[in-house]
Design a protein around this ligand. Structure first.
Ligand SMILES: Cc1cc2nc3c(=O)[nH]c(=O)nc-3n(C[C@H](O)[C@H](O)[C@H](O)COP(=O)(O)OP(=O)(O)OC[C@H]3O[C@@H](n4cnc5c(N)ncnc54)[C@H](O)[C@@H]3O)c2cc1C
Length: 555
C-alpha cells in the first residue's frame, strides 16, 4: 500500500539543508551531475557567511608554506586539532580560492610596479604570514551573493527559501532497520505546511549555534538546528565547550549582531569601565592588544564583578578624520544608533561568535548516520581543536563541501532500497494558546547560558545551568508534543538541546584549554593526554519515534 500524501513529497538526489558558503558551494559542485534541492530557513543569502568581514585563509604567498599554515592552526587549537585534517584542509586552500574565482567571486587585488595584478593578502592574528584573501571588508557578502546568483540560475537546482527543516528521517526511525538518512520534514514558513523532502543523500550545512547566547555576532539563523537534528538521529558530537567569543559587539537593543572591529584597539582605542577607568592592564601586560579570548574574558570579568551591562570602547582622542577614514563602516553604523565615535566612547559587550565543536565527521564529511553529511560550522572535522584560527572557517566550508561532493559523486549511481516516508501528522495537536511559554523560555535559556556557561565558567555555575536546562528540556518537549509546531518552537527545541550539549561538554573538561576557561581548573592539565570531548546520543533508541506526532508507516 502506498502512502497517501496531502502534498507530494519533494524528491531529489541530494538535499542540502542550509545555503551559506558550505551548502551553496556543495550545491554548485554537484549540480551538473545530480538533482539538488537546497532548503534555507530564510532568504537564501542569510546566514553567517554573508557577514564575514576578514576573509579566507589560503597559502598563496611565495614566502608562505603549507607547513607554516598547519603549524599556526595547530598552535591556535591548543593540542586538540587533528593534524591530518589540518594538513588536508590547508593543502586544498589554493584550489578553493581558484574555484571561487572561477565562479566569479571578485577578491581585492594589488598591482605591482611592473603592472602585474595579484590577490591582496592580509595578515590576521595568529597567522605568521600574509595569507587572508578578501573582498575589501565584505568578503562573505562577495562569496555568498556571487554563488547564490549562480545557484538560482542552474537548471538542476531547486531552491526553497523560507523553509525550515524540523527533523531528519532515517530508516532506523521508520523501520528499525540500519540507520540511513532518507529525507527531512520541512516547514514552509509562508504556508505553515510541513512537507516531506526525500533524497538519496542529505547534507547538513546549517551553520553554528551562537544564538544560544544572549549576545552574539551571528545572524538569527545560527540556532544550532543541524546539530540538534543530527544528535536526535544518532550522530555523535564533539568539543561543544569551545565557543569563540568576540570581545566587542555594539551594545544597543536594536543593534543586533554588529561587530566593532578589533582594529580600533590596534589603532589606540581604549577599553573603559562605565566610570571611565581603563582596566585591561590589570589582566594582561599587553593591555587592549592582548589576544581576543583574553580581552573577552577580562570584559566579562568586569561586567560580572560590577554588575554592569557593558563596557566602553573609546577612540575619540584620535583626530576625527583619522577615525572616519580608517573605520568608515563602523563610524557610520554607530552613528545610526546615536554613538559618534569621534566624540564619545561606544558601549560594547563580548558576543558568542563561532561554534568550534559540532557533528563529528570524517575526511569525506560523512557523519555516523548513513548518507548523512555535515559541512561548515555545524561540523566538527578536527580542524579547529580548542580554538579557531581566524579565517580558517570559510576555508573549512569550501574544502569539506568539495570533499562531500567527491564522495557523493562516487556513490550517486549505487542502487538504494526505497523506504516509504509517512507524512507529518498533526491530528493530535492543537494551536498553542500559551505562546508566552516559548518566548519566556527562549529568553531564559539565552540569559542563563550567558551568565553561567559564558566566557568564564565555574563548576557551580555549570551545575546551576544544568539544572535549569533539564527543567526547560522537560517543559519544551511537553509543549512540543501537544501543540502545532511554529518556527520559534522548532528553534527553541534545538537551542535547548544544543545548550545541554555545551553544558555537558564543559562539565566534562576539568581543565582550562583554548576557549574553555574555568576558574576551578585555571590551567591546562598537562598530566593527562589531550582529548576531545565526545558525546554519544545514549538516549537514542528505537522506542523513541522521530516525532511523537507521526502516523504509523506502511513501509
Ligand atoms: C560577523 C561575522 C564575521 C565573520 N568573519 C569571518 C571571516 O572573516 N573569515 C572566516 O573564515 N569566518 C568568519 N566568520 C565565520 C564564518 O562566517 C562562518 O563560520 C561560516 O560563514 C559558516 O558558514 P556555513 O555555510 O557553515 O553556515 P551559514 O553561513 O551560517 O549558513 C547556514 C545556513 O543554514 C540555514 N539553516 C539553518 N538552520 C536551518 C534549518 N533548520 N532549516 C533550513 N535551513 C537552515 C540558514 O538559513 C543558512 O542558509 C564570521 C562570522 C560572523 C558571524
Amino acid at each position: 500500500m502506498r502512502t497517501e500524501y496531502a502534498y507530494a513529497p519533494h524528491v531529489h538526489d541530494v538535499l542540502i539543508i542550509g545555503s551559506g558558503a558550505a551548502g551553496i558551494s556543495l550545491a554548485l559542485r554537484l549540480a551538473d551531475r545530480a538533482r539538488v534541492g537546497v532548503v534555507s530557513k530564510g532568504p537564501l543569502t542569510e546566514g553567517s557567511t554573508l557577514y564575514a568581514q576578514g576573509g579566507i585563509s589560503a597559502v598563496l604567498d611565495q614566502h608562505d608554506s603549507i607547513d607554516s599554515h598547519v603549524s599556526d592552526t595547530l598552535n591556535a587549537g591548543a593540542g586538540l586539532c587533528d593534524e591530518r585534517i589540518v594538513r588536508y584542509t590547508v593543502a586544498h586552500s589554493p584550489a578553493c580560492i581558484d574555484w571561487l574565482q572561477a565562479q566569479g567571486v571578485t577578491f581585492t587585488h594589488v598591482t605591482s610596479p611592473d603592472g602585474c595584478s595579484a590577490l591582496h593578502l592580509t595578515r590576521e592574528g595568529g597567522h605568521s604570514h600574509r595569507r587572508v584573501v578578501h573582498a575589501a571588508d565584505a568578503t562573505g557578502q562577495a562569496v555568498e551573493t556571487t554563488l547564490t546568483n549562480r545557484l538560482v540560475s542552474h537548471a538542476n537546482v531547486e531552491a526553497f527559501e523560507n523553509h525550515i527543516a524540523i527533523d531528519l528521517i532515517t530508516t532506523r526511525k521508520l523501520t528499525g532497520q540500519g540507520n540511513r538518512c532518507i529525507g527531512a520534514y520541512v516547514r514552509d514558513r509562508s504556508t505553515g505546511r510541513i512537507e516531506v523532502f526525500a533524497a538519496k543523500f542529505i547534507i547538513l550545512a546549517t551553520g553554528g549555534a551562537s544564538k544560544v547566547y544572549l549576545y552574539t555576532s551571528n545572524p538569527d539563523t545560527s540556532s544550532g538546528d543541524g546539530l540538534a537534528m543530527a544528535w536526535r538521529v544518532g550522530c555523535r558530537v564533539a568539543n561543544m565547550e569551545f565557543i569563540q567569543f568576540h570581545p566587542t559587539c555594539l551594545y544597543h537593543p536594536k543593534a543586533k549582531s554588529f561587530l566593532v572591529t578589533e582594529a580600533i584597539r590596534g589603532e589606540g582605542g581604549r577599553l573603559l569601565l562605565p566610570d571611565g577607568t581603563e582596566f585591561m592592564h590589570r589582566f594582561d601586560p599587553r593591555g587592549v592588544l592582548a589576544p581576543r579570548d583574553i580581552v573577552a574574558r577580562a570584559i566579562d570579568n568586569e561586567m560580572k564583578r560590577l554588575g554592569v551591562d557593558c563596557v566602553y570602547l573609546d577612540i575619540s582622542h584620535k583626530p576625527a578624520h583619522f577615525i572616519t577614514s580608517n573605520f568608515p563602516n563602523v563610524y557610520k553604523h554607530c552613528l545610526e544608533f546615536g554613538f559618534d565615535l569621534t566624540r564619545t566612547p561606544v558601549p560594547v559587550v563580548p558576543a558568542a561568535h563561532y561554534t568550534c565543536g559540532g557533528v563529528i565527521t570524517d575526511i569525506r564529511a560523512r557523519t555516523d548516520v548513513g548518507n548523512l553529511y555535515a559541512i561548515g560550522e555545524v561540523a566538527c572535522t578536527g580542524l579547529h581543536g580548542a580554538n579557531r584560527l581566524a579565517s580558517n572557517s570559510l576555508l573549512e566550508c569550501l574544502v569539506f563541501a568539495k570533499a562531500a561532493a567527491d564522495d557523493i559523486t562516487s556513490l550517486l549511481e549505487q542502487p538504494q532500497s526505497e523506504t516509504d516516508i509517512p507524512p507529518w501528522d498533526e491530528s493530535k495537536v492543537t494551536d498553542s494558546d500559551e505562546e508566552v511559554v516559548v518566548s519566556h523560555n527562549w529568553d531564559e535559556l539565552r540569559r542563563f547560558m550567558w551568565d553561567y556557561v559564558g566566557i568564564v565558567r565555574t563548576t557551580k555555575r555549570l551545575q546551576r545551568a544544568k539544572r535549569r536546562v533539564d527543567l526547560l528540556t522537560g517543559e519544551i518537549n511537553e509543549y512540543y508534543r501537544h501543540f502545532r509546531v511554529t518556527d520559534d518552537l522548532i528553534e527553541l527545541r534545538n537551542l535547548v538541546s544544543v545548550a545541554d550539549l555545551i553544558i555537558r561538554s564543559a562539565m566534562l573538561r576539568k581543565e582550562s584549554r583554548g576557549l574553555h576557561y574555568t576558574r576551578d581548573h585555571p590551567y591546562p592539565d598537562e598530566t593527562a593526554p589531550t582529548r576531545n570531548t565526545v558525546l554519544e546520543p545514549e538516549q537514542f533508541n528505537l522506542a523513541t519515534p522521530i516525532n511523537q506526532l507521526l502516523v504509523g508507516t506502511d513501509a
